[in-house]
Design a protein around this ligand. Structure first.
Ligand code: NAP
Ligand code: HSE
Length: 438
């Protein structure tokens, strides 16, 4: 039988696109031998044709005109690895309308517009593959669409941003500065071109929107997900957390409750006994709880050229096999109607506060009064040495479970107390149980 020919139009030839191009060029023969399909890099769209590329590409393949990819009827599949919302979304829509299959690593577009693109693909009888959009080389979209599909999923807890996990690990283990750790992550190709989305938690919120939509058969959009970044954490927070038995991780958490879906991303104190606290460097991990399968932990490289190219290339081979079999990759499950996404104000969890206060008698009593008046119970307390020059002391408080709305009110009341000089950090604690159901 003649191998299936799959002509690829790449949109982007940066960190991920370079890895995909290298895979297609160097492993074409193996792919043909094993999978009976011949992958061919037809065109690659870039901004700057003169830029050095990590892999040798014939200059006739490079183009700066998107029409050379989108308007070429001989191109079967468009691989979008340029990133950002626009013009990527427009190009992706045009590719589907032109009857081309789409493989993408773009979590922003899939989180905001995935449903519309999947509908458009179905109308034009083509497919959208997006394994690389969440967790780099870690298989997630496939398992959610296939392997876990028999389960009622109750929770997804994940470290799904390699850049921030790398930064937090370097800050915690080496005591290095936030800016230096970020520069390292950028040099290693983990961070987005503009790292704001990584640092602010937005990148993880995009990924959580994609995963929770699949897990709970609901449309969860990024604007429904509370997110808080890591840029205000200090070396002292890591020291206190360690002393109290916790690591600090940027956790993406989604749970299903009878009242709706909880979905949030923020720096979190994770007890040292939990596996997620041990996930370091650029590694990602996703812990899924299903009623049949129980707890599953998927762990792997969440960013970087070849791990991400592995997911894109896997999608390309899957697409080729499905074309050969004459089947499609579409998810058939219906969206559950009436599932609402809960507001962060409705959250019940435990909290960590780091405060700088005047080192004077009676200050603790004032703080305890604020907490007590809002029914927030204090579980642990540390006071560090005072700064005698500034006549201040630093205190750290851990609370029992409390309602987020009450905690935010406590913050407002503490801010106006003259002897509370600064609320340095307010972090949530994750004990791994469903806080609402406990
Ligand atoms: P990148 O290194 O910045 O590469 C982007 C590529 O797209 C570059 O080749 C650039 O051209 C091209 N490009 C961007 N805007 C363009 C435009 N308007 N017209 C033509 N070409 C354009 O980005 P990346 O890190 O590979 O990320 C690509 C996508 O993969 C993003 O959606 C990202 O979120 C996702 N992703 C990345 C990783 C990772 O580890 N990096 C992991 C998972 C998913 P020039 O080279 O000429 O500038
Ligand atoms: N910037 C992203 C990260 C790339 O650091 O996880 C992978 O999506």
């Amino acid at each position: 039988m003649k191998p299936l020919q799959l002509r690829i139009g790449l949109l982007g030839l940066g960190t991920v696109g370079g890895g995909v191009a290298e895979f297609v060029i160097t492993r074409a023969e193996r792919v043909t031998r094993l999978f009976d399909c011949h992958l061919e890099l037809a065109r690659a769209l870039v901004r700057d044709r003169t830029k050095p590329r990590p892999v040798e590409i014939p200059s006739s393949v490079l183009t700066t005109d998107p029409q050379d990819v989108l308007g070429d009827p001989t191109i079967d599949v468009v691989v979008e690895v340029m990133g950002g919302e626009e013009p990527a979304l427009t190009y992706m829509g045009a590719a589907l309308q032109a009857g081309k299959h789409l493989v993408t690593a773009n979590k922003e577009v899939m989180a905001k517009h995935g449903r519309r693109l999947l509908e458009l693909a179905a109308q034009h009888n083509v497919d959208v593959y997006y394994e690389a959009s969440v967790g780099g080389g870690l298989p997630l979209i496939g398992p959610f669409k296939r392997d876990f599909v028999a389960n009622h999923i109750s929770s997804v807890r994940a470290i799904i941003n390699g850049t921030t996990n790398y930064i937090l690990t370097r800050m915690s283990q080496e005591g290095i500065d936030f800016r230096d750790a970020l520069a390292e992550a950028q040099r290693l190709g983990y961070a987005e071109a503009d790292p704001f989305n990584d640092i602010s938690g937005l990148d993880a919120a995009y990924k959580l929107a994609i995963l929770s939509s699949l897990a709970f058969h609901t449309e969860v959009t990024p604007d429904q997900i509370y997110h808080q970044g890591i840029d205000t954490l200090t070396a002292r927070d890591f020291r206190y957390a360690r002393e109290l038995g916790y690591a600090i991780k940027l956790l993406a958490i989604a749970r299903e409750h009878p009242s709706g879906i909880e979905a949030r991303v923020h720096p979190t104190l994770v007890p040292h006994q939990q596996l997620l606290s041990e996930v370091n460097g650029v590694y990602n991990a996703v812990e899924i709880e299903g009623d049949l399968v129980g707890q599953v932990l998927l762990y792997g490289r969440g960013a970087g050229r070849f791990p991400t190219a592995s997911a894109v290339a896997g999608d390309l081979i899957d697409l080729a096999r499905n074309i050969r079999k004459g089947v499609n990759n579409r998810t058939q499950a219906r969206i559950e109607a009436g599932n609402r996404v809960l507001s962060i104000q409705e959250l019940d969890t435990r909290y960590y506060f780091r405060l700088t206060v005047s080192d004077e008698p009676g200050v603790l009593a004032e703080i305890a009064t604020v907490f007590g008046s809002l029914a927030i119970s204090i579980a642990a307390f540390i006071q560090q040495e005072s700064d005698s020059e500034r006549r201040t002391a630093e205190i750290v408080l851990l609370t029992h479970r409390a309602r987020e709305a009450s905690v935010q009110e406590a913050v407002r009341r503490l801010r106006v107390l003259p002897r509370v000089r600064e609320i340095g950090s307010l972090l949530r604690i994750e004990d791994g149980r469903s806080d609402r159901d406990a």
